[in-house]
Design a protein around this ligand. Structure first.
Ligand code: AMP
Length: 292
């Protein structure tokens, strides 16, 4: 099989996508930062099914990283990513460099207000401005029919849906469930930072989410009661340092004191020096292989 084509220039990507659209093709688009895993693969496979053509972008976007965060050390492996992309039926990879996306003189930002503020927006100031700006740029370059995002980054999905609605962007945003390792850990490129011992400690996130959603599904709606359970589980893990534990409405991200079926429990926890996020819609719960 020939190697998959990688486009690095905005102009070429626009030409490719314009030709595809001129032929009436629908375009599925999966934006990522690379170092692909099964979570990304689930988005690519769904994209393959929905659209005539499938575009994957790989871009470690500097503007969504804060000072002192892991932009430099973020894992990268384009040749391995290309293999995975090919196996998932990707037609073209768009992998620009930072100068291509942010040439000298760049000064325009997309900022979604209220839903960008809490949770990761509070812990990582400027993060969502970087995300929405790069996603808006990628949408303008690729002009996709469908764009696929993971619920793993629940707030990001909410923020992007808001941007697409507010700016009347002509793309259908599709959110897909979090893919987990067999023991419950949500897949993430950042899991590669964890030592073997930290990898075990990191299971406290999925255990805490599971315990809270089990309580909810047994009839408990008090957020205080569920929070107590979550704090207990995270607190017993010596390696875990809590960034936030929040119960929010799944659509507008407003804080909740009483849970209902669309309430999301969102966690950000540091395990050693690695910051992990995970979440559950309490009414839906989570499952993983070793639990089934
Ligand atoms: P990233 O490369 O981490 O920026 O992620 C690219 C896309 O993959 C985002 O829409 C993420 O939400 C999604 N994603 C990351 N991890 C997972 C996962 N474990 N399950 C499903 N989607 C994921």
């Amino acid at each position: 099989m020939p190697d998959i084509s990688i486009i690095t220039s905005v102009r070429e990507m626009r030409e490719w996508t314009a030709a595809a659209r001129a032929e009436g093709a629908t375009i599925s688009f999966v934006p990522t930062m690379g170092f692909l895993h099964e979570g990304h693969a689930s988005l690519m496979r769904e994209g393959r099914k929905r659209g005539d053509l499938l575009v994957l972008s790989i871009f470690v976007n500097p503007t969504q990283f804060g000072v002192g965060e892991d932009f430099e050390s973020y894992p990268r492996n384009l040749s391995r990513d290309s293999e995975i992309a090919r196996a998932c039926g990707v037609d073209i990879i768009f992998a620009p460099d930072a100068r291509e996306m942010y040439p000298a003189g760049f000064q325009t930002w997309v900022n979604v207000e209220t839903v960008s503020l809490p949770l990761c927006g509070a812990s990582r100031p400027g993060h969502f401005r970087g995300v929405t700006t790069v996603v808006a740029k990628l949408f303008n370059i690729v002009k996709p029919t469908f764009a696929f995002f993971g619920e793993k980054d629940f707030q990001q999905l909410t923020v992007i849906r808001r941007m697409v609605d507010d700016l009347n962007m002509e793309v259908e945003v599709v959110g897909l469930p979090t893919v987990r390792e067999a023991d419950g850990l949500a897949m993430s490129s950042r899991n590669s930072y964890l030592s073997a011992a930290e990898r075990k400690s990191a299971l406290c996130l999925s255990r805490a989410l599971d315990a809270a959603s089990t309580l909810y599904r047994s009839g408990v709606v008090s957020v205080a009661r569920m929070r107590e359970e979550v704090m207990g589980i995270l607190g017993r893990e010596p390696e875990a340092r809590i960034d936030y534990v929040e119960f929010r409405d799944g659509e507008n991200l407003e804080e909740r004191e009483l849970a209902d079926d669309r309430t999301v429990l969102a966690l950000a926890v540091r395990i050693g020096s690695t910051r992990l996020i995970d979440n559950v819609i309490v009414g839906r719960g989570i499952t993983w292989k070793e639990k089934c």
